[in-house]
Every structure is written in C-alpha cells, then in structure tokens.
Design a protein around this ligand. Structure first.
Ligand code: FAQ
Length: 310
C-alpha cells in the first residue's frame, strides 16, 4: 500500500514541486492546483487588458509626439501581456470564451488599481512608476512559479514592465524638475495613486484566502505582505530623490527591521473597489464588453474560415 502510494501521481507531483521542477501542461496535476492557476492567471490576464484603459485615456492628449509613441508602445505591451497570459491559462484547459465570460459576468476579478481615473498627465507617470513598479515586484517573484508556461511568460513580461516603470518614473522626474504647477501635478498624482498601488498586493497574509495553499504549491513564492514591503522599501528613496512626499504620516525607516514601517491601508476602500463599487468599475467593464462585441465579426470570420478548412 505504502509502495503504491509512493508511485501515485500525487506523490510524483509533490516530489517535483519539492525539487523545484516545472509542471508542464500535459503533466498530471491535482484539480485544485489547476483551478487555482486558472483563477490567478486569468485574473492576471484580465488586469493587463483592462489596465490598458486608464492609460488609453491619455493617448490623444500626450504632451508631445514622442510621449505619445512611448505611451502607445507601452499600452500595446500590456495587451500583449494579456494575450500571453490567456494562452497560459488555455494550456490548463480553460477556453478563452469561458475566461472572458467570467470577466463580463463578474465571476473573475481584475486588479483593483484599474478602477481609478486618470485625471492629469502626471497620472500616466504615476501609473508607470508605481503601478508597473508594483507589478514588477510581484512578477519577478512569479518568474519562479511552479507552472512552466506561467513562469516563462513572466520572464518576458518583466523585461517589458521594467521599461514601463522607467518611462513612468522619467515622466515624474521631468514634472518634479518643472515649475510649481508641474511639481504640484506630480505630487497630486502620487497622493492619489500611492495607496491603491499598495492595495495591488492583496489582503494581509493572515486574511489571504489562497496564499497558504498557493505557497505550498509554489504558485506564489513570496507572500502579499513581503512583496508589499519590498515595493515600499524600493519606492520611498525614489520619491525622495525627486523631492516628492509619500502621503503616509506613519512612514518611517525602522533601522532595527531594516525596512520602512508604514500606515494601514483603507481596507474598506479596497473591499468596495474589489466588489465592483470603485470609481470606474462600471465604465471599465462596459468598455470591455463593447470592444468585445465590436470584435464579433473577427471571431465570426475565423470560425467560418476554420469550418471551410475542415
Ligand atoms: N485587486 O487570497 P488572495 C499590472 C482578490 S498586472 C483585485 O490574496 P491571491 C500590469 C484575489 O483575486 C496587475 N482583487 O488572492 C499593468 C482573491 O479573489 P478570488 C495584476 C484582488 O490570488 C500595469 C481575493 O482577493 N497582477 O498591473 C486584489 O492569492 C500598468 C483574495 O486574495 C497580478 O494579477 C487586488 N489588488 O493573491 C497593466 C499578478 N488582491 O480569486 C496596465 C498575479 C487580491 O478568490 C498598466 N496575481 N484580490 O475571487 C497575484 O500575484 C495574486 O493573484 C495576488 C492576490 C497577489 C494579486
């Protein structure tokens, strides 16, 4: 009996996770592992695609042609990230139709950050600097996630996000070096995007429904709170370097811990936004549904072509 269980698919799977081997699409995996991955990867994909909207709002109003080209390239990258991630989720047996349906019916989430409006050009700087900055901290860790297609998608995504973060910070640098109005715009954008960026890492570890199991399966490699701390530690000096103030009165360097201490997130706001009642939730979903509907003719043409070939 003991010998048989040593040979069981579950046992082999556990050993491979233990040995840091990647799990590939055709390998045996527990149902829960598959479901959890489809959940996380598809929500990640939805975030990338919905995340194109707040920045898209500034494409026609970028201050120069060069800024417009950079922003356009960045937004297209985000669409590409969504596509790699949908493909990774499809390798687990989920169809694209099901995934999009889950987004449209509210069964699948996307990152709360994309439900905030982009009010000024400085918001484009703040998104690149803070939102892409937070995304990279999380995604670098996911490069060593246990599912092969997800880990490999992360490698390329991280390279692109790194360019995004730098272009955002460079916008903030220029505004911070500018006149009083430009500096005020940069500070106002930081004030509005700081806390929502910290929320991107999800609930505290003790409240995180999926973390313990995801860490055991090595889907997640670092906890929500550890990643959030890493982001704070690396971002505070960047703000200081350009003379911007982080909007947190509790923020202080803790020499004993070797980290910044920081204030508490407004979890009521987080829950409100995640449950669909943020400033732009309805607008973001309606826009996605409309774009999806407008693309129906492309899907029809592809289906007709496939039928003709069959
Ligand atoms: N917003 O048990 P946990 C980007 C949900 S990409 C909304 O801790 P988990 C690029 C969570 O889904 C940004 N929902 O969950 C870009 C779960 O709900 P469920 C996206 C959130 O999965 C930049 C429930 O709360 N990145 O920005 C949020 O273990 C600029 C319980 O939470 C990724 O998706 C939230 N902030 O940990 C694009 C990275 N936090 O499914 C355009 C991959 C938590 O039970 C412009 N994902 N929830 O209904 C992850 O690393 C994880 O999924 C976490 C959450 C860390 C996000």
């Amino acid at each position: 009996m003991a010998e048989a269980s040593l040979e069981s698919p579950q046992h082999r799977f556990d050993n491979r996770i233990e040995a840091e081997e990647k799990i590939e699409p055709k390998d045996w995996m527990p149902d829960g592992y598959r479901k959890n991955l489809i959940r996380q990867i598809s929500q990640h994909a939805h975030s990338e695609v919905i995340g194109m909207q707040p920045e898209g709002n500034w494409l026609t109003r970028a201050p120069t042609l060069k800024r417009k080209c950079i922003l356009l390239a960045k937004i297209q990258d985000e669409g590409g990230h969504g596509l790699y991630l949908y493909s990774a989720a499809e390798t687990l047996g989920a169809s694209r139709e099901e995934l999009v349906e889950a987004l449209h019916t509210g069964h699948a989430k996307y990152a709360s950050i994309f439900n905030y409006p982009t009010l000024t050009w400085a918001d484009i700087g703040a998104i690149g600097w803070l939102v892409d900055g937070a995304a990279i901290v999380n995604q670098i860790s996911l490069q060593s996630t246990s599912y092969g297609p997800y880990a490999r998608a992360m490698v390329r995504i991280c390279k692109e996000e790194s360019f995004h973060q730098r272009q955002g910070y460079e916008i903030m640098v220029k505004l911070a070096e500018g006149n009083a109005t430009q500096r005020a715009m940069a500070q106002d954008a930081l004030d509005r995007w700081w806390w929502p960026s910290l929320m991107m890492f999800g609930p505290h570890d003790a409240e995180s429904a999926h973390s313990a199991q995801s860490m055991r399966w090595k889907i997640k490699r670092q906890s929500n709170d550890d990643l959030r701390q890493k982001f704070v530690d690396q971002t505070v000096p960047q703000a200081e370097a350009i003379g911007l103030r982080i909007p947190d009165t509790k923020l202080v360097w803790n020499a004993a811990r070797g980290h910044y201490d920081f204030g508490e997130i407004d979890w009521n706001e987080f829950n409100r936004v995640v449950s669909g009642n943020g400033l732009c939730n309805r607008q973001r979903l309606d826009h996605h549904k409309q774009a999806h509907e407008d693309g129906e003719w492309v899907r029809d043409a592809l289906r007709a072509y496939a039928e003709k070939q069959a």
